[in-house]
Design a protein around this ligand. Structure first.
Ligand SMILES: NC(=O)c1ccc[n+]([C@@H]2O[C@H](COP(=O)([O-])OP(=O)(O)OC[C@H]3O[C@@H](n4cnc5c(N)ncnc54)[C@H](O)[C@@H]3O)[C@@H](O)[C@H]2O)c1
Length: 398
């Protein structure tokens, strides 16, 4: 099977370095990393790309080498990278391209090192450079672009984003309404490279980019990986629906300490994430409960995340009952396997000729594109059916 090139936007970030280091160690030590949906027989029999056949490259805006960043990002020292010089060489050999910060707001611009980011004034030149970089990186191999960059400020949808023609005109006019995540997504889809948005930023969700994906027959999926509190929420919500128990209050408080948390400490960036987390509950329950989600940055938490949720619900004859749960997660280690699954699956979708939004991948996302389905179990049934459909077609065509 041919190799897969994965281009990561946010290459030096936590999820990215954990997933690349994890794959490199698993391949070297000839062990499975675990926690991959695509290793389950129903998916694996479709012929997933092997981990040793995946190559990485990507864009970032910070002046730090990959190995140093990887050590900082694995604050719990799970991968023991400080004593793994073989991984040091491999990480530092990964191609890193200069990222862009235009219109990305103060929190993200503050991260950027001058030499590590493109300072191009013209938006069209910038896009052309990114497209050229993607083309060279891809060569004649299969390729996927994944957005793992810091969460951008919320984008107000306008005429600019409504059609491909208007969007391309806005690029030529250096529009302030176009942020980096839109430009990266545009460049990928323009190059007919499948695109996954793991972040809450808008990415390929705008109508103009959905149109481009259809025109160029490219698959895309997103947005906002479902790894922690929301994962539990969308599994538990079914319990209340199935027993017809009325949820009155669902309050969730999250604390985290990594760089993602630091960016989310900025209210403009946090609103993108909170919106993504909040919208889920109504879609699962079918009605609006009194619900709040809080995210706080506590530096000493490092990559660890704790979520406390309090649920008040009403049962038979108005009986009030409650449930509390605490989730202790290690953010990047929960996210990394999902990203590996997504790149394998979207590559497969592309090779099978699927295009446009692949809404069957909703099981991976907090705000799945192309569907309102948020129940975890139903989302899983959908992706399983998708896999069975492709397997059956393959068997019939063999
Ligand atoms: N960890 C999780 O469980 C989880 C779940 C869902 C979504 N997410 C989202 O995934 C994204 C990545 O998370 P993380 O923990 O790896 O974050 P991180 O802060 O560790 O890494 C983000 C990286 O993106 C880079 N970056 C920022 N803007 C860029 C740009 N315009 N171009 C290129 N690179 C850019 C930064 O320099 C940094 O290296 C975040 O948006 C986060 O909200 C994470």
């Amino acid at each position: 099977m041919s190799k897969l090139k994965v281009c990561i936007i946010g290459l030096k970030g936590s999820i990215s370095t954990v997933l690349i280091s994890g794959i490199l160690q698993s391949v070297r030590n000839k062990v499975k990393p675990g926690a991959l949906l695509t290793d389950l027989p129903v998916f694996d029999r479709l012929g997933m790309v092997k981990l040793e056949d995946i190559e990485f490259g990507g864009f970032d805006i910070r002046d730090v080498d990959m190995y140093t960043s990887a050590i900082e990002n694995d604050a719990n020292n799970i991968l023991r990278l400080d004593s793994d010089l073989d991984i040091k060489d491999k990480l530092n050999a990964i191609p890193v391209f200069k990222g862009i910060t235009m219109n990305s707001g103060d929190a993200i611009t503050a991260l950027a090192g001058e030499d590590a980011s493109l300072q191009e004034k013209s938006m069209i030149n910038t896009v052309n450079q990114i497209r050229g970089t993607l083309r060279n990186f891809k060569g004649s191999d299969n390729c996927v672009v994944v957005n793992l960059a810091s969460t951008e400020e919320n984008v107000e949808l306008s005429e600019t984003h409504s059609t491909l023609e208007k969007f391309e005109l806005a690029i030529e006019n250096n529009s302030k309404e176009i942020s980096p995540c839109l430009l990266y997504a545009y460049a990928a889809l323009k190059e007919k490279i499948p695109y996954v948005n793991f972040t809450p930023s808008i990415g390929s969700e705008i109508p103009a980019l959905c149109e481009l994906a259809q025109v160029n027959k490219v698959p895309h999926a997103g947005k906002d990986g479902k790894t922690g509190e929301t994962l539990v929420k969308t599994a538990l919500a079914d319990l209340f629906v199935i027993r017809n128990l009325d949820v009155n209050i669902w309050y969730g408080a999250n604390i985290l300490g990594n760089m993602d948390g630091k960016i989310l400490d900025n209210s403009k960036n946090a609103s993108t994430k909170i919106e993504s987390k909040k919208s889920v509950l109504k879609k699962c329950l079918g009605y609006e409960a009194d619900s709040k989600v809080r995210i706080e940055y506590m530096k000493s938490m490092d990559d660890n995340k704790v979520a406390w949720d309090h649920i008040l619900f009403t049962g038979f004859c108005g009986a009030k009952m409650m449930m509390n749960f605490t989730w202790f997660g290690i953010d990047s280690f929960l996210a990394a396997p999902l990203v590996i699954d997504l790149v394998r699956l979207i590559n497969l979708a592309n090779n099978k000729g699927d295009c446009g939004i692949i809404d069957e991948f909703a099981v991976f996302f907090k705000s799945p594109m192309g569907t309102d389905l948020n129940s975890l179990v139903r989302q899983y049934q959908n992706i399983e059916e998708w896999a069975i459909k492709h397997y059956t077609n393959e068997a019939e065509n063999a």
